[in-house]
Write a protein that binds this ligand. Sequence first.
Ligand code: SF4
Length: 291
Amino acid sequence: MNFREIHAKTLLAHVKQPDTWFGLRYNMNLYRGCSHRCIYCDSRSECYQIEDFDGEILVKVNALELLREELARKRVKGVIGLGSMNDPLMPLPPRYDLTPRILDIIAEFGFPVHIITKSDRVLRVIDTLAEISRVYASVSFTVTTADDALAAQVEPFAPRPSARFAAMRALAERGIQTGVTLMPVLPFIEDTPENLAAIVAQAAASGARYVLPSMGLTLRDRQRAHFYRELDRHFPGLRAKYERIYGARYSCESPRAAELYRHLDALCQRHGLATRLPLYPLQAPRQPTLF
Ligand code: SF4
């Protein structure tokens, strides 16, 4: 992977619509590109204009200064999201490993946070997360399969699911809210009751509080082209089935979705897991003070 330094104009994007999944008020991406290079990654889509997703990571090297300035001006202490377009805890050269220092600033300003990751490197920031969780912190581990061997094919450079569950247990033991984003669920590869059962059982055993599912994936332009090349490599014959069933559709839900949602609900109930994220309560804006 190559790294290229860029200077961003702003860091925190305001989430305009109420975010019912994660309760985000602000969203931030420290990087463009992601070294985990999952075969299904939506960030390869043309609309994000990341020209060499599998070869280069752009680093917002002024992120620390920007965050400090922007948080000082915020009147609403809403949840800051990390991890929507890259894994904020992917392995990076120390100079570009911004997330630990970003979390220090978030802790200093007393903002709540939600992180999506596939990385057990989250354990490096466990003390900071414990501090932030006095306000609110939630860490969602994306797990699309409980099978390490299958994960090596679909998420080749990410830590294996077994490592993610071990990290989840460590966070839960520190009292940090954690759970699973079970998405995407790849049709004809991961959409089986057995896969869901294995993920839910391991999540429950690792101290998860929730599982957030989406039984399918989205596909468009060069993301689809890359995904189909990888299907040809690892799952010969499956591409033709995708093309026949989904054509040029963006939303590619598993044909078994209804059955799988029911199955997941039953599994979560049995294990005492929520299927919605326990959210940070919305805060009223701070009134400017006169004195
Ligand atoms: S970890 Fe997430 S952002 Fe990174 S390549 Fe995988 S799907 Fe994309």
